[in-house]
Ligand binder design. Structure first.
Ligand code: ACO
Length: 379
């Protein structure tokens, strides 16, 4: 029997390698992130979401013809079945992540490949879900305000079309470019908690819709994707950069955590946050609201002693300010993360299927043993 003395418990699976991957590489000590070997800095500044997810899904950058065909496939798959729009309508009062989770699950009823776990079918489903997720999020945002959902516009890119379906007008190309970059930065990140959840589901040989439904559920928590929403709430509460130090001191004195800081793997810098930091600053100036960036900058300054101990700003620290400045409602922030991450969950699931082993760790039992059962009327 396993005992405390005989076994080592890896609580939180910290630093445990559970398999090999070719999808993304993270060096948390220097703050380096590669997708299929390509540096995230190059992809964020030179690529598009469509091209980046082609790279993730097909393991190589596309040529022009391949990219056009892939983009056309994404655009052709954006519409939702009427029944799924009804599901969104029925669940409209729930948090957008709960609606997304439910609608992804419901889409399995209409997908021609639902229970086909071949690589080709999983890829097709990943492309469809990537395209459909943005329509789910935008449609829900409108339905809950009593407005009609806006049909996807196949002349627009993935990011532009999302903003178009959300707001009802074609976005400023600079806003669309920011959204596109944000999706690139969120597309894949190794065996993070939601990808692990998706892999556990896939390891039982359940299908991609089940795995993505799991991923959305796991991502929702404030320790993972929910942090961007919490960061913006914090900025609103702080109200002015001069209040940042007092706010952080008060929060820490109560044992609270500063949202958007800390990461299980990054101990130097989260390279994604650097891009978003610059974008949040520039967008604030462009929208005539530089104050939000100043508040976050002040929080980051107060947090410098933490950064020196490896608790650095993460991807969620500045993304919330960007979404806020783009007029996106706060409770949609995690859904935007999820929309970007569907390709990442898809490649993780494909890798799991490719060389599957049931993910089934163990727990050390520390409870009572061989307790005598007493009938209810004698207790
Ligand atoms: N503020 C203050 N202290 C922190 C923070 C923070 N944001 N994050 C970690 N710490 C401290 C912990 O209190 C702990 O201190 P202790 O050793 O004195 O008890 C130490 O750093 C280590 O913390 P752990 O919880 O063990 O680190 P872990 O790797 O498990 O946690 C996590 C990572 C969950 C992201 C954590 O840093 C956190 O809660 N951050 C705030 C939420 C957040 O921003 N989440 C988004 C993460 S990025 C993403 O998922 C996309």
């Amino acid at each position: 029997m396993a005992t405390e003395q005989k076994v080592q418990i890896h609580r939180g699976l910290r630093d445990v390698l559970i398999d090999r991957t070719r999808s993304s590489f993270i060096d948390g000590d220097v703050g380096k992130l590669l997708y299929r070997g390509y540096n995230i800095d190059d992809l964020a500044t030179k690529s598009t979401f469509e091209e980046t997810i082609y790279l993730l899904l097909y393991s190589e950058l596309p040529n022009r013809e391949q990219l056009d065909a892939f983009d056309a496939e994404l655009r052709a798959n954006r519409a939702l079945p009427e029944e799924v729009l009804s599901v969104i309508s029925i669940t409209q009062k729930s948090h957008p992540m709960d609606v997304l989770r439910t609608a992804v699950s419901a889409l399995s009823a209409f997908d021609p490949d639902t229970e086909d776990n071949s690589a080709e079918a999983t890829l097709r489903k990943g492309i469809r879900l990537t395209a459909q997720a943005s329509t789910i999020v935008a449609a829900h945002a409108r339905i809950r305000e009593g407005k009609q959902p806006i049909a996807p516009n196949s002349s627009l890119s993935h990011a532009s079309n999302f903003l178009y379906m959300l707001f009802g007008e074609e976005p400023d190309p600079r806003d669309a470019k920011l959204m596109d970059k944000d999706f690139i930065l969120h597309a894949e990140h190794g065996i993070n908690a939601s990808s692990f959840g998706a892999r556990v589901t896939a390891s039982t040989q359940a299908d991609l819709h089940c795995a993505v439904t799991t991923g959305v559920g796991v991502l929702k928590g404030p320790s993972h994707g929910g942090a961007a929403e919490e960061v913006m709430k914090m900025a609103l509460e702080i109200g002015d950069e001069s209040n940042a130090a007092a706010y952080v001191a008060d929060l820490r004195s109560k044992g609270g955590r500063v949202m958007g800081f800390g990461h299980r793997v990054y101990k130097a810098v989260d390279p994604r946050s650097i891009h978003l930091m610059d974008d949040a600053r520039d967008l604030g100036v462009r929208k005539g609201q530089p104050g939000w960036y100043s508040i976050l900058e002040a929080v980051a300054k107060v947090m410098e002693p933490y950064s020196r101990r490896g608790i650095c700003q993460n991807v969620d620290f500045f993304s919330g300010a960007i979404y806020y400045l783009l007029d996106i409602p706060e409770d949609l922030f995690i859904s935007i993360f999820a929309m970007g991450r569907i390709p990442g969950w898809t490649v993780q699931v494909m890798e799991q299927f490719d060389n599957n082993i049931l993910l089934r760790p163990r727990l050390l039992y520390v409870g009572e043993m061989d307790v005598e059962y007493v009938p209810i009327d004698q207790r």
